[in-house]
Design a protein around this ligand. Structure first.
Ligand SMILES: Nc1ncnc2c1ncn2[C@@H]1O[C@H](COP(=O)(O)OP(=O)(O)OP(=O)(O)O)[C@@H](O)[C@H]1O
Ligand SMILES: [Mg+2]
Length: 260
């Protein structure tokens, strides 16, 4: 098994603004996402977090540098290579993207019906066992409109897990949830990852809450990345923009160290 699930080497990405000027999103950035661990990607709005995930998935192409997934160079992958790349991933983005006209069971079963040759009884066994794992058993015949926000996220997670992804990408997965539900969803992510063993990449604004899960934190800012081996390590950075990040997002953790 490769030690790095994802690796960016000198990756560049920029967009041309309406006025013709260039907006640099990633300026030759380097980082590695360790296999089997949880990496949190943080940074202000518009700093390139979602763009980074899209580059990983091949939904966007980079302007330079190399991207590796599980040791394979997937930079600008196309055709079959791109299809193969996508099979490694499970994705849970903001809205849970459930189909409103389908029950929870049918939503979760969809990838198995479309992408595998499993029989209906095999599908039933797998889906019900996953729904049980995610505390959704008994709700399988409901439609998305009949679910709470947290249940929708859990159903979205159940569906993303069906093809047994090596890597799960989450882009602000707790949007629209109250603080208690947010906490519960993160606890569930931690349990599910421990059970399934995938590499987890979470883009989130729920700081410091999401740091409870993080093995590594990547902060995007003005085209650069700072990589921290633990959430605790962030608060010892001397860089002004990281100090500012700590002050605005981690204030309480920081202060609790100063007391005594
Ligand atoms: N397809 C595109 N064409 C042009 N500009 C884009 C495109 N996609 C993203 N951008 C720009 O790139 C920048 C980074 O976008 P991105 O969506 O990655 O931000 P983000 O860090 O995910 O922000 P947020 O926290 O608000 O979701 C933004 O300024 C955005 O306008
Ligand atoms: Mg985003």
């Amino acid at each position: 098994m490769n030690d790095n699930a994802i690796q960016f080497i000198d990756v560049e990405k920029s967009f041309v603004r309406d006025d013709g000027s260039r907006q640099v999103i990633l300026d030759k950035v380097n980082f590695s996402i360790p296999t089997g661990k949880t990496t949190v990607i943080a940074g202000g709005s518009g700093q390139g977090k979602s763009v980074t995930l899209k580059l990983v998935l091949g939904l966007m192409t980079s302007d330079g540098g190399q991207i590796f997934v599980a040791g394979d160079d997937t930079t600008n992958a196309r055709g079959n290579k791109l299809k193969e790349l996508r099979t490694r991933f499970g994705v849970l983005f903001q809205g849970s993207a459930l189909f409103d006209s389908m029950t929870v069971f049918d939503n979760v079963a969809l990838p198995l019906r479309e992408r595998t040759k499993k029989s209906e009884s095999e599908i039933k066994d797998q889906v019900l066992s996953n729904l049980e794992q995610l505390e959704l058993l008994g709700h399988e015949n409901k439609f998305p409109a009949q679910l709470s926000g947290g249940m929708k996220k859990r159903a979205g997670l159940a569906r993303a897990l069906q093809l047994k992804p090596e890597i799960m990408l989450f882009d602000e997965p707790t949007t629209g949830l109250d603080p208690v539900m947010t906490q519960e969803i993160y606890q569930l992510f931690a349990r599910t990852q421990a059970q399934v063993g995938y590499t987890s990449v979470i883009v989130s604004h729920d700081i410091p809450k999401v740091f409870n899960l993080a093995d590594q934190v990547i902060v995007l800012n003005n085209g650069d990345v700072d990589v921290f081996p633990s959430p605790e390590a962030i608060q010892w950075s001397q860089k002004p923009h990281i100090k500012e990040f700590v002050k605005t997002t981690m204030g309480e953790i920081y202060q609790s160290h100063l007391v005594e």
